[in-house]
Ligand binder design. Sequence first.
Ligand SMILES: Cc1cc2nc3c(=O)[nH]c(=O)nc-3n(C[C@H](O)[C@H](O)[C@H](O)COP(=O)(O)OP(=O)(O)OC[C@H]3O[C@@H](n4cnc5c(N)ncnc54)[C@H](O)[C@@H]3O)c2cc1C
Length: 575
Amino acid sequence: MLEHDVIIVGGGLAGCRAALEIARKNPSLNVAVVAKTHPIRSHSVAAQGGIAASMKNVDPEDSWKAHAFDTVKGSDYLADQDAVEILAKEAPDVIIDLEHMGVLFSRLEDGRIAQRAFGGHSHNRTCYAADKTGHAILHELVNNLRRNGVHIYEEWYAIRPILEDNQAKGLVMYHILDGELAVLRAKAVMFATGGYGRVFNTTSNDYASTGDGLAMTAMAGLPLQDMEFVQFHPTGLYPAGVLISEAVRGEGAYLINSEGDRFMKSYAPNQMELAPRDITSRAITLEIRAGRGINLDGSAGGPFIYLDLRHMGREKIMSRVPFCWEEAHRLVGIDAVNEPMPVRPTAHYSMGGIPTNNDGRVLSSADGLVDGLFAAGESACVSVHGGNRLGSNSLLECVVFGRRTGAAIADFVEGRKLPEIDEGRYIEEAREQIQGLLDRSGNCRIGELRQEFQDVMTQHCGVFRTQSVMSEGLEKVQQLQDRYQQVYLDDKGKLWNTEIVEALELRNLMLVGQIILTGALNRQESRGSHSREDFPKRDDENFLKHTLAYYSPAGIDIAYRPVALGMFEPKERKY
Ligand SMILES: Cc1cc2nc3c(=O)[nH]c(=O)nc-3n(C[C@H](O)[C@H](O)[C@H](O)COP(=O)(O)OP(=O)(O)OC[C@H]3O[C@@H](n4cnc5c(N)ncnc54)[C@H](O)[C@@H]3O)c2cc1C
C-alpha cells in the first residue's frame, strides 16, 4: 500500500500553498499532492485580475480593517467575521512571502508592487501580474513543491476519501493513464479540489471544475455549507462565457447597453462599474430582460451588453490587460482597442463548500470536527465570502488559509502513527464501481446528459430565482440522476479512458446541483448572490445563518449554524 504522512488532493493555489507550509514547518514529513490534472493546469492558473492586500503602496489610507469591512459588506454579512479578520490581517504578509518566492508582480515606478481598483473594494489594493496573476503565482508554488521534495501524483483521479470512525485515513484513486487503482494511507488528508463551474452551461471555469471534492465529502455523510450561493461574474465573453477579468473595469472600462448608456448609474451610482459582482450581474440581467441588451448585428433586444475599453487607449489596454484583449481577439474576433466586447454574466465561483474552522479542519456537524480531514481554497467554506465574494479575495483566501491549514496539518500529524486500512476491501469496491460503469448497456451518452443537466441548472437556478422555477428544476435534476443509470461508455479500455473520468464527474456534478437547488429553495430571502424574486428582501431575523446540507440516498437534510459576527453590525448594503 502506498503511504505518506499527508495527502493533499488538489494542485491549485490552496493545495500547493498548504504543501509548501508543511514542508517548511517539518521537512521530514512525507507529503503528497494528488491531482487529476497536472498541477500547473489547475484552474488557479487562469486567475487574471489579482490578489487583494492592504499593502498601502498606492493608497496610504488603506488598512486591514477597511479590507475586512469591504469583505463583510460584500458578503451581505454572511461571512464569519473572525475568519475575515485573519484574511485581511495576514494578507500583506502572504504577498511579501510570495514575492520572496519569486512571483513576478507588476510594479510601480518606484519598484514597489502595483495595486489596482477592484469591485466592492474601497481602496486600490489588488496586487497583480498584468492580467495573468494566477499563472505567475501557481508556477512559483509548483516549483517550490518540487524543490521541497513533495511527491506529485499527477493525472490521478481521487474517487473517495477513506473515513472510518470520524477519522480520515487515506484515499482511493484511479490512474487516468492506465486504469490502475490505488489506496493511499496517511495521517491527514486535505481537500483543495476547487470549484464546480461546470454545473452550469455557461462558465468561466475550466473543464476540471466539477466539484469532485464537494461530492465526495457529501457522499461521506459530511455537511456542505451555503451551497446556494453561486457567483455569476458580470463579464463572461459572449457566447462562450470565458472570463473577461474585472481588472478591465478596475482599469476604467465601461458597461453600456443598447442605448449607449452607462446603466450602472441606475443600480450603484457611487461605485458604478466597480460595484460588487452580485449587484452588477443582476443589473446586466435586468437590462437584457428590459430589451436593452444587444444582438450580434448591433440591434437592441439581444442577449448581451457591451464592455467598452475604447477610451482607455491601446497602450493601457496592452500593458494592463493584454490577456483579456487577446481572448476577445482570438475567440470572437474583436479588437478591443476599437470595438466594445460582447459580455454577459457567467457562472464563476462557489462561495459555499466544505465547512472548516479557521485552521482548515473539516466540520462533521454544526459543532463537531472530523479527525485528520482538512480543506481550503474554493472547495472549502471557512467562510470569508458569505453570500458574495469580492474579486481578488479568492486567490488571497487560497494563500492565507492554504498556509494556515498547512501549519495546522504539520502540528496534527506530529507523533501520530499511520492508520490501519483494509486495502483489499477499498480496491475491490472501487473496481466494482468502475466495472459497473463499463458494463452498462444503456443508451444515454455522457455528453447529452451533462448538457441537459447544465441547461436545467442554468434555466432553473441562475441569477434570479423563484420557488416554482427551482422546484421544477429540482424535479428535472432528479429525473436526470435516474437516467444516469442508463449512461453508456463507448470506450471499454484501460488506457487513458477519459469517459470513465467524465462519468464519475457527471455523477458529482449532478449531486452538487441537487444540493445547490435544495439549499436555494430553503433560503427564503435574497442575500448576496442568492436573489429570490419571491423573497426580494434580506431577512436577518430568519436567515442570518449558514446552511448545512447533508446528503443521503434518501434525500438532502438541511440544518443551520450561526454566523460569527462581532466587528461589523449587519446593515443595508448600498454602493
Ligand atoms: C478565469 C478565472 C479567473 C479568476 N481570476 C481570479 C482573480 O483574479 N483573483 C482571485 O482572487 N480569484 C480569481 N478567480 C478564482 C480563483 O482563481 C479560484 O477560486 C482559485 O484559484 C481556486 O484555487 P483552488 O486551489 O481552490 O482550486 P483549483 O485551482 O481549481 O485547483 C483544484 C485542483 O484539484 C484537483 N482536483 C479536483 N478534483 C479532483 C479529483 N477528483 N481527483 C484529483 N484531483 C482533483 C485539480 O486537478 C486541481 O489540481 C478566478 C477564477 C477563474 C475561473
